[in-house]
Design a protein around this ligand. Structure first.
Ligand code: GDP
Length: 195
């Protein structure tokens, strides 16, 4: 997909702030610092629309990016940051529940994991959470460039196995650094953005 237009529309903390133009949405979930912003920026060919290395623990918002006036990427707050208080964690849970449960325009969720390491307990919980709401999931195993070529297959299989993904789920090895997996990611996304 050629992206001509990309803009942040709103950083929402609650449902009443979500955009109301009924465009389809793709949510992006992942641990803090996993490379979610870099994934978005690489896909839309922008250096810094989505903020990279945003500080964990700051105000948690759902960031709605409108792309080509035709759909939204919704960056949801990262999880798994150890220093976040129990209260903050609960707030995060409520926000995610409200969004996943009620948002009719949400078509699929991209789950970004770090391909270098086994998915964490938090990643597994997030995967299960997405499945619980019966949402289609696309898993992006990022930082592929940091793994030597002969070890890549092993890491991919290991990630799939630890997450215990359904056979029908799409898993895409990706690198924001070199752009590998970009075309595969777009073609996976486009099937949820049609019509
Ligand atoms: P976010 O907190 O999930 O949005 O993570 P960021 O996109 O800010 O990325 C966190 C760090 O990982 C940054 O220093 C990025 O440059 C780096 N990073 C993200 N994706 C990749 C990748 O595919 N390859 C490499 N080598 N580094 C990456």
């Amino acid at each position: 997909m050629k992206v001509n237009h990309a803009e942040i529309v709103i950083s929402a903390v609650s449902k009443k702030q979500y955009p109301e133009d009924h465009l389809p949405e793709i949510a992006l979930a992942g641990r803090s610092n996993v490379g979610k912003s870099s994934f978005i920026n690489r896909l839309i060919n922008r250096k810094n629309l989505a903020r990279t290395s945003s500080k964990p623990g700051k105000t948690q918002t759902l960031n709605f990016y409108r792309i080509n006036e035709s759909f939204y990427f919704v960056d949801v707050p990262g999880y798994g940051y150890a220093k976040v208080s129990k209260k903050e964690r609960e707030k995060w849970g409520r926000m995610m529940e409200e969004y996943f449960q009620t948002r009719d325009t949400l078509k699929a969720v991209v789950l970004v994991t770090d391909l270098r390491h086994d998915p964490t307990q938090d990643d597994i919980q997030m995967y299960d959470f997405i499945k619980y709401y019966d949402l289609p999931v696309i898993i992006i195993g990022t930082k592929l460039d940091k793994i030597t070529k002969n070890k890549r297959k092993k890491h991919i299989n290991r990630s799939k196995q630890v997450l215990d993904i359904d056979e029908t789920d799409i898993f895409i090895p990706f690198s924001a650094e070199i752009g590998e997996g970009k075309d595969e990611a777009w073609s996976a996304l486009s099937q949820y953005l049609r019509g």
